[in-house]
Ligand binder design. Structure first.
Ligand code: DCP
Ligand code: MG
Ligand code: MN
Length: 355
């Protein structure tokens, strides 16, 4: 039978050719001329076949197809894919994944999904992807939000907030926790721990936070509010005990603190309301780092206690499947050092808590 020079889906080797072509394109992109040529020859040989080539032996019998390519042809036919191509595609996507992962509020699952949907750049996402408000802001302010905040700027931002707070309620105390409290040269965001003597519930501080946020927003110091998505932990449903958003240090303050090169940038800012009775536990939590927190919590549970951001508890009753039955009795909440003492751990300065 005299078969035409078939191509596309009518060719019995169409799928094999398609996969080999992707591999060939990859080698062309990486300037591997030798392999690019070998793949081109093999592809043109396969195009001329009138039957499906299914085994390594059959493939190797054909002209221009060497042992390695023959093995790959069998791999494609039996698995419908080529491992080497998957690795190459993963490599090619690594920079895209890294770019997407630096968008505020984007994790591996979300970033991978976008890649699978064909998005390759931030502009692709802005133009065509279905974005949450937070994600859109994270992309629009991508550069600012990925620029580290120097200690001097953290201090200037804190000074600005403290001045406003002091005018609303001089009894309120604001402390910058997170990486700043651990002594970092630069931070990813600013974490304010807000408290006032005599408070025993975050509710006591909510009106203050609302006033502060509204004032700083009017002054255009706060430029965006971010939605908290874990129910119960954020503004709104969390009773307003936290606030996440963005701020900008005004040009004048910035120049005074950082010199004439200062460029105003959007910065991530968090406010965390903490009653005095929970202050010590909250300090531990919001000082971190996250690994340190995990290890000190594990240590507490090994001693039959439980540490969270509200306090250190003992005698946690657990039912079947280790489900908590009671909160346990509060042992200590207000004093950071006491919590270390009761746990029997040597006091660690915040700057020694990098893990
Ligand atoms: N934290 C935690 N576990 C998390 C997130 C946060 O224990 N999954 C605690 C420890 C952190 C603190 O909250 O130190 C503040 O969180 P940040 O995300 O602001 O982290 P850092 O301030 O430590 O670092 P960065 O400079 O990136 O803001
Ligand atoms: Mg932080
Ligand atoms: Mn933070």
């Amino acid at each position: 039978k005299d078969a035409p020079l078939s191509s596309g889906s009518t060719n019995p080797n169409a799928r094999t050719i398609e996969v080999l072509q992707s591999m060939c394109d990859y080698y062309a992109r990486t300037n591997d001329h030798w392999r690019t040529t070998a793949y081109r020859k093999a592809i043109s040989t396969l195009r001329r076949q009138t039957t499906k080539i299914t085994t390594e032996e059959e493939a190797y019998r054909l002209p221009t197809i060497g042992p390695r390519l023959a093995a790959k042809i069998e791999e494609i036919v039996t698995t419908d894919r080529l491992q080497r191509l998957q690795y190459a595609e993963n490599d090619a996507m690594t920079p895209v994944l890294e770019t997407f992962l630096k968008i505020y509020d984007v994790g591996v699952a979300r970033a991978s999904k976008w890649i699978a949907q064909g998005y390759r750049t931030l502009d692709d996402l802005l133009a065509r992807a279905d974005l949450s408000t937070n994600q859109r802001l994270g992309i629009e302010r991508y550069e600012d939000l990925n620029t580290r905040i120097l200690r001097a700027e953290v201090e200037a931002l804190a000074g600005y907030v403290r001045r406003a707070a002091g005018q609303l309620d001089p009894a309120v105390e604001l402390l910058v926790g997170g990486s700043y409290r651990r002594g970092a040269d630069s931070s990813g965001d600013i974490d304010f721990i807000v408290t006032r003597k005599g408070t025993s519930s975050t509710d006591d501080l909510v009106p203050f936070l609302e006033e502060l946020v509204s004032r700083l927003t009017d002054e255009k110091f706060l430029v965006a509010a971010l939605a908290a998505h874990k129910p119960g932990s954020g503004s709104g449903s969390g009773g307003g005990s936290k606030w996440h958003g963005c701020c900008v240090l005004p040009l004048q303050e910035g120049r005074a603190a950082l010199g004439d090169d200062f460029k105003p940038r959007w910065r991530r800012i968090d406010f965390l309301l903490v009653p005095e009775t929970e202050y010590g536990a909250a300090l531990i939590y919001f000082t971190g780092n996250d690994i340190f927190n995990r290890s000190i919590r594990l240590l507490a549970s090994r001693k039959g206690m439980r540490l969270n951001q509200r306090g250190l508890y003992k005698e946690v009753m657990r039912g079947p499947a280790r489900v908590k039955v009671t909160e346990g009795e509060l042992v200590e909440g207000r004093d950071e050092k006491r919590i270390f003492e009761i746990l029997g751990v040597k006091w660690r300065e915040p700057r020694e808590r990098w893990c």
